[in-house]
Ligand binder design. Structure first.
Ligand code: NAI
Ligand code: ISE
Length: 338
């Protein structure tokens, strides 16, 4: 079977996903697109030679009988209405992060999905499909480093645009660590604290950059995450897990090392699209395969979307109270998601 996909939001990542479904992945095709920027969406359809209908109204796309699954890749504040609509129409939904912009909105989606009694939603936390993180998790799960005690992580972007605000360091950037780190450790977060180091001269006037977020888990693991979005030198993602018996590192992406002019050199990628290119392929291929094979979706769930949003909300409160430890009180996970 071919999964017929409708895409809502044809911007940066929407376009990337349309291209990968069309050119790289198997078992699906894009049959419908929507974007408030009609001209742009139609241009993508024409440029890629897609046999896809443009819908001026995203809700009409959701309802279309020839659309089996929807990709919600518009901007964050519009995710909730389309995800909910998709779930209520019994459609499979792949939603880019964030699932919704508040924890309460995520819970509404969770409740709608539980009511349908079917796993319909996968959230685009692609790092769970990254080969490096998967290998790191395997090493931890198999006890290679013993009980994890501490975790040091960094999320560095070369530069951000002038619309990027201090809270986005959490809600847009660190949200990936928020999701992947508790999955890695099989644990949950209980508190968060934010510290501001000396500011880089490269950050725009009102942006606090870098930032350090300290998180504690239920099992007592201490996590520190550095977020530095104007580091200039590259897009660099680090993760080091310190266990009782050893230390495990997230593998570096495979780039060619050279020896030249009395130095050893390895390029660093500049862009998230390249750094996680395979993870994006794997997450969407898994979504498509599970639908085609009638299997339960195996990626991050609506509940994971809620857990990330709640944690993000608390971290943002912690940003406003530097140094203060803020509790994270997660609701009880419904058995549907256990
Ligand atoms: P973008 O701004 O490039 O694209 C968003 C698109 O959505 C635009 O074409 C815009 O016209 C359209 N849009 C906005 N509101 C809409 C509405 N109500 N109905 C239909 N279309 C609408 O943004 P980008 O970078 O593509 O981000 C989109 C989402 O993907 C965000 O939630 C972002 O956080 C997430 N994202 C995830 C990444 C990942 O690594 N998993 C990487 C980049 C973005
Ligand atoms: C962007 O929205 C993403 O999701 C990227 O994966 C992340 O690394 C970047 O910092 C965000 O701005």
């Amino acid at each position: 079977m071919t999964v017929r996909i409708g895409v809502i939001g044809c911007g940066a990542i929407g376009f990337e996903h349309i291209k990968r479904i069309t050119n790289t992945l198997s078992g699906a095709k894009v049959v419908a697109v929507n974007d408030i920027n009609e001209e742009h969406a139609k241009k993508i359809v024409a440029d890629l030679g897609l046999d896809a209908k443009f819908y001026a109204d995203g809700h009409e796309l959701v309802k279309a009988s020839d659309v089996d699954a929807i990709l919600v890749t518009c901007w964050g504040p519009a995710h909730k209405e389309f995800v909910l609509d998709g779930v209520e129409h019994g459609k499979y939904v792949f939603c880019e992060k964030p699932l919704a912009t508040t924890a309460d909105d995520c819970l509404e989606i969770v409740n709608a999905e539980v009511k349908q009694n079917k796993h319909l939603v996968q959230v685009g936390f692609m790092r769970r499909f990254d080969e490096g993180y998967v290998a790191l998790k395997k090493a931890i799960d198999e006890g290679e480093i013993g009980t994890p005690l501490m975790l040091h992580a960094a999320h560095r972007n070369p530069v951000v645009d002038d619309k990027y605000t201090t809270d986005m360091a959490i809600s847009d950037t660190m949200i990936h660590e928020i999701d992947v780190l508790h999955w890695l450790l099989n644990d949950e977060y209980v508190s968060a604290q934010v510290l501001y180091p000396r500011r880089t001269k490269r950050a725009l006037k009102d942006l606090a950059d870098p930032q350090i977020v300290l998180v504690e888990t239920k099992k007592g693991v201490r996590i520190d995450v550095e977020i530095f979005v104007n580091c200039e030198y590259g897009y660099d993602i680090k993760c080091e897990v310190v266990g009782e018996d050893g230390i495990a590192y997230l593998p570096e992406p495979a780039t060619v090392q050279t020896r030249k002019s009395a130095s050893l050199n390895r390029p660093i990628l500049m862009d998230w699209k390249q750094r996680f290119i395979k993870a994006y392929d794997h997450e969407l291929q898994a979504f498509i395969n599970n639908i085609n094979q009638g299997k339960k979706l195996n990626g991050p769930t609506s509940w994971d979307g809620y857990a990330a949003a709640l944690t993000s909300d608390v971290c943002i409160k912690a940003q406003q109270n530097p140094g203060k430890i803020m509790p994270i009180n997660m609701k009880e996970r419904p058995s549907f998601y256990k």
